[in-house]
Design a protein around this ligand. Structure first.
Ligand SMILES: C[S@@+](CC[C@H](N)C(=O)[O-])C[C@H]1O[C@@H](n2cnc3c(N)ncnc32)[C@H](O)[C@@H]1O
Length: 243
C-alpha cells in the first residue's frame, strides 16, 4: 500500500512481511524522552544536550524551555523549516498508523490508549514544527557517523530510535562508529531502544558493540528504564568516556 499526502509518500509492503522501507521520522515528546532515558531534572537544567537523531521530536523545543541548552541533528534538516514542519505532521501520521496497525507488538500503558498515544505524537510534531520555524539554529543538518561539532561540545547525547532500531540496514561497524562519534562530542551517550523496529532482541549486536566501545576507552552499561513500548524494550545503553 502506498499512501501519499502532500509532498511525502510512504509504503507499507505486504501485510505478512511489512517492512519500513525508509526511516520513520517520528515525533516523540519530552515526556517520552524523560522516560526512555531516565532523565532527571538535573540531567536537563543548565546542560548542553544533543538529540541525534532529532527527527520531528519536540525534545529540543521542550528541553530548552526547562533550562537545557539542547540542539538536534538529523539528515532531514537539510530542508527548509516550512517543508520540515509539513513533513513532521505527515510523518507523524505514518508513525501513528504503523504503531496502531501493529498494536499487539506494543505496550500501551505509558499512554493509556492508542488515541492518547496519537495525541502525544501529534502534539510533539506540532511543537517541533513551531520550533523549527522560530529557532532553526537549533536544528543541524548532519548524519551519523559524522557530526558537525567539536570534541566535548555536550554534557549528554541522546539517541532514540535509529541505532539498533534499524539494525536491518545499519551494521555493527556503523553502530560502533556512530557511538564513538557521539562519545567524541558528548561526555555521556544514552541510546534507546536495544531492539529493532520489529521488536526483535539484538543481544549479539549489543554485546559486540559494547566490546568494541570498551577497546576504544568507552565504558558502557545497560540500565533498566521506566518505559517499555515495544514489548521487552525496557533498557537503554549508557556510554561514558573515561577521560
Ligand atoms: C524514528 S526517527 C527518531 C526521531 C526521534 N529521535 C524520536 O525518537 O522521535 C529516526 C530518524 O533517524 C534519522 N536518520 C536516518 N539516518 C541517520 C543518520 N545516519 N544519522 C542521524 N540520523 C539519521 C531519520 O531521518 C529519522 O528522522
Amino acid at each position: 500500500m502506498i499512501v501519499s499526502r502532500g509532498t511525502v509518500a510512504f509504503m507499507f509492503e505486504g501485510s505478512q512481511s511489512e517492512v519500513l522501507t525508509e526511516f520513520l521520522v517520528s515525533a516523540r515528546s519530552l515526556s517520552e524522552y524523560r522516560a526512555m532515558f531516565a532523565l532527571s531534572p538535573r540531567d536537563l537544567a543548565g546542560r548542553d544536550i544533543l538529540d541525534c537523531p532529532g527527527g520531528a521530536a519536540s525534545f529540543t523545543a521542550e528541553a530548552n524551555r526547562v533550562g537545557a541548552r539542547a540542539v538536534a541533528v538529523d539528515p532531514i534538516y537539510a530542508t527548509s523549516p516550512n517543508v520540515l514542519a509539513e513533513q513532521a505532521l505527515v510523518e507523524t501520521e505514518r508513525a501513528v498508523a504503523w504503531a496502531h496497525h501493529h498494536a499487539e507488538r506494543y505496550r500501551w500503558d505509558f499512554y493509556g490508549t492508542l488515541d492518547a498515544q496519537a495525541r502525544v505524537r501529534r502534539a510533539a510534531a506540532t511543537r517541533f514544527a513551531a520550533d523549527v520555524r522560530v529557532a532553526p539554529e537549533r536544528y543541524y543538518f548532519g548524519a551519523l557517523p559524522s557530526l558537525p561539532f567539536a570534541d566535548n561540545s555536550f554534557d549528554l547525547a541522546l539517541s532514540s530510535h535509529l541505532l539498533f532500531s534499524y539494525a536491518d540496514r545499519l551494521d555493527a561497524t556503523f553502530h560502533v562508529k556512530a557511538l564513538l562519534e557521539l562519545s567524541r562530542v558528548a561526555r555521556q551517550v544514552r541510546a534507546y531502544p536495544l531492539l529493532d523496529y520489529l521488536g526483535n532482541p539484538l543481544d549479539e549486536l549489543v554485546d559486540r558493540v559494547r566490546k568494541e566501545l570498551s577497546t576504544n576507552g568507552i565504558t558502557t552499561s545497560l540500565v533498566r528504564v521506566d518505559y517499555e513500548f515495544h514489548h521487552g524494550a525496557h533498557t537503554m545503553l549508557v556510554a561514558d568516556r573515561s577521560n
